[in-house]
Design a protein around this ligand. Sequence first.
Ligand code: SF4
Ligand code: SF4
Length: 276
Amino acid sequence: MILAVASGKGGTGKTSVACALALALDRPLTFLDCDVEGANAHLLLRPELRSQEEVLVPYPTIDHSKCNLCGKCVEHCHFGAMVRLGKKVKVMENLCHGCGVCRLVCPQDAVTMSGRPVGTVHQGTAGLMRFFCGELRTGEALSVPIIKRIKKEKDDLVIIDCPPGTSCPAVESVEGSDFALLVTEPTPFGMHDLKAMITVCRRLDVPCGVVINRSFGDDKEVESLCEVAGVPVLLKIPFDRKVAEAYAKGGTLLEAMPELAEVLCDMFMEIRGLKR
Ligand code: SF4
Ligand code: SF4
């Protein structure tokens, strides 16, 4: 089973919930931290990292001795990554998506593809868990290839800590999952982004359920949003000073609220019944 833990809005406690669930289950599983622009699950799960691997994307190099400046590569690059500057054609590194079209259309065979590093995947173990986490290079924009690499890791149970938002990295992380657990907070921003994330799950055909984090008890607006959308609220985690204190010390949700372990396990059993 692949369980994606996602949130439209950042800062809702998605990673805390994903890590708490993985720890509460206390069984062999694979944890994938796909939040490659701000991976922090390792701070809570404290894995022993054993190896790392560079992620490369195809990248064109132009042989200027062969190039006749015909402009076909500039014309066909959908990402605007090829530009003509004076008497040379140049690749704009941060715009290039490595699609290889420029090589295919070049009549002079002047384009060759090599690998350009965009980030790293770290691998390790934390107790019974296999742990993988992606790290995007500073200044790099292409996070999806790193997410694709991490998601190659398979297991009977995979928990994915997805990036926040509803753009390509979040979509790539949730796609193909059996269930998406959407962590939200009872605020206008939280609700707005939850709605967007529910739409993403619908489009990806991934069933979803909601965790309301930092609940003050009365979450009628979120509950009615979920009811209208036909999405179950699976858990409410109360707003509690103990949690903030635990986080400040680098502790987990379970260290602040050990009683949540059983509740999270029950929620997981419920999810198993709801998954596609
Ligand atoms: S590989 Fe694709 S994105 Fe990159 S420069 Fe060539 S055509 Fe453009
Ligand atoms: S398609 Fe080839 S020959 Fe034409 S401008 Fe680009 S690199 Fe030069």
